[in-house]
Design a protein around this ligand. Structure first.
Ligand code: S3P
Length: 436
């Protein structure tokens, strides 16, 4: 049995909304606090399945984490060399961030670990991390296809490398930098485009010297982390769903509170602006190492756009929602240079193409992108393919559809956005989750 979401057209959307904590930052907060000397308090932690998988993995390696409140944790750091061998394989569920970052972090430990995941995670490409880590001296066994389970051998001597990545990926960059903390000498990463810089910012907050600028960053091995408190901003990727919902729903006016607006991943704001979205960024301030703001969004007449490929890595998680909005925009929207979308929690180009077609949208799918003819969205049934962001993207635009939409296979919404349906209902949308 799996859960589905049923939506009705014609709802409304208003009020102040607080979306859950940032997924990328919550993962890193657990990892770095666990490796630090001393105790760190984390507030605004995302209690989504992905981050809970990271939390369970560190507990299994001997880290004590106290639950202080709904989203508040205290992590008792064990120091850079203080983790213990887990007694079982670490199951990281659906979470690519957990697996890729931990592959780097565990490559330099004095013990072996085995990392496993669900069906989707077990299909995702891991060579992009295992190859550079092998160059550093790591020994990691994967399947012949280069996928999980990963067997990470301990007691390896790692050495710093100069790594030129072929993908703009924060997960790859972070895996190599984290292994770099355990390596002899300096580790350098150069990327082909900007990827989110949460690792660099948070390592600095934990007292690590991170070098480089622009597309280059580096760490010297042998540094220790010093405990610090982390305030996790609301997740811009989660905020995108109510934002898109407000943009396409007549009369809507909402404000999303304390959302992370780090420019290395805020491409969605630029793209929506290009589409004619009316929103304002208010009360800009800092939450520790990250910039945050309140975002007020009103119903807007959206127009189709040609999305510059340079914006793709800056909005990589937001394309399902952008494509859903494009179906309701005037004119044509085209995304190219986005083949990475095919290796996310699902093949997101294929999943959005088949869902939008089922709702009567005309489109052309290419190997690295998609062209959507905007206009109207009919009712119908779509498959989320177990992908949280596919499920929420169709739900977000449902008020402006011409009929009921049933979205199937939506259990994984809880990986990044626990409480999505109640939050959207509370704001005035008509949707319910039910067991299929
Ligand atoms: C993430 C990086 C992105 C993103 C993922 C979270 C991270 O992946 O899609 O949801 O926390 O570093 P890539 O860096 O592999 O594109």
């Amino acid at each position: 049995m799996s859960q589905s979401i049923r939506t009705q057209a014609g709802g409304s959307l208003s009020g102040m909304l607080q979306v859950p904590g940032d997924k990328s930052i919550s993962h890193r907060a657990i990892m770095f606090a666990a490796l630090a000397d001393g105790d760190s308090n984390i507030s605004g932690f995302l209690n989504g399945e992905d981050c809970l998988a990271t939390l369970r993995a560190f507990r299994a390696m001997g880290v004590t984490v106290d639950t202080l409140g709904d989203t508040e944790l205290r992590v008792h750091g064990v120091g850079i060399d203080g983790l213990h061998a887990p007694s079982q394989p670490l199951d990281l569920g659906n979470s690519g961030t957990s697996m890729r970052l931990m592959a780097g972090l565990l490559a330099g430990q004095g013990f072996d670990t085995i990392l496993t995941g669900d069906t989707s995670l077990s299909k995702r490409p891991m060579r992009r991390v295992t190859e550079p880590l092998a160059r550093m001296g790591a020994l990691i066994d994967a399947t012949e296809a280069g996928t999980a389970p990963l067997h990470i051998h301990g007691k390896r001597r790692l050495r710093g490398i100069e790594f030129e990545s072929t993908v703009a990926s924060a997960q790859v960059k972070s895996a190599v930098l984290l292994a770099g903390l355990y390596a002899h000498g300096a580790t350098h990463v150069v990327e082909p485009g900007v990827s989110r810089d949460h690792t660099e910012r948070m390592l600095s907050a934990f007292g690590v010297t991170v070098g480089g600028s622009g597309l280059h960053c580096s760490v010297a091995g042998g540094q220790r982390l010093t405990a610090t408190d982390v305030q996790v901003p609301a997740d811009l990727s989660s905020a995108t769903f109510p934002m898109i919902a407000a943009l396409v729903t007549p009369g809507a006016d909402i404000t999303l509170e304390a959302v992370g607006i780090n420019s290395s991943r805020a491409g969605v704001l630029k793209i929506l602006e290009m589409m004619g979205a009316e929103f304002s960024i208010e009360n800009q301030r800092a939450a520790g190492a990250e910039p945050i703001a309140d975002i007020r969004v009103r119903h807007s007449a959206l127009q189709g756009v040609e999305i510059p490929p340079a914006l793709v890595p800056l909005a990589i998680d937001e394309f399902p929602a952008i494509l859903a909005a494009a179906a309701l925009a005037r004119g044509t929207t085209r995304i190219s240079g986005a083949a990475e979308l095919r290796v996310k929690e699902s093949d997101r180009l294929a999943a959005m193409a088949s869902g939008l077609k089922a709702l009567g949208v005309e489109l052309d799918e290419a190997p690295d992108g998609i062209t959507v003819q905007g206009g109207a969205l009919q009712g119908g049934t779509v498959e989320a393919h177990g992908d949280h962001r596919i499920a929420m993207s169709f739900a977000a635009v449902s008020a402006a559809a011409q009929g009921e939409i049933v979205i199937r296979d939506t259990d994984n919404v809880a990986t990044s956005f626990p409480g999505f349906v109640p939050l959207m209902r509370g704001a005035g949308m008509r949707m319910e989750q039910f067991d299929d």
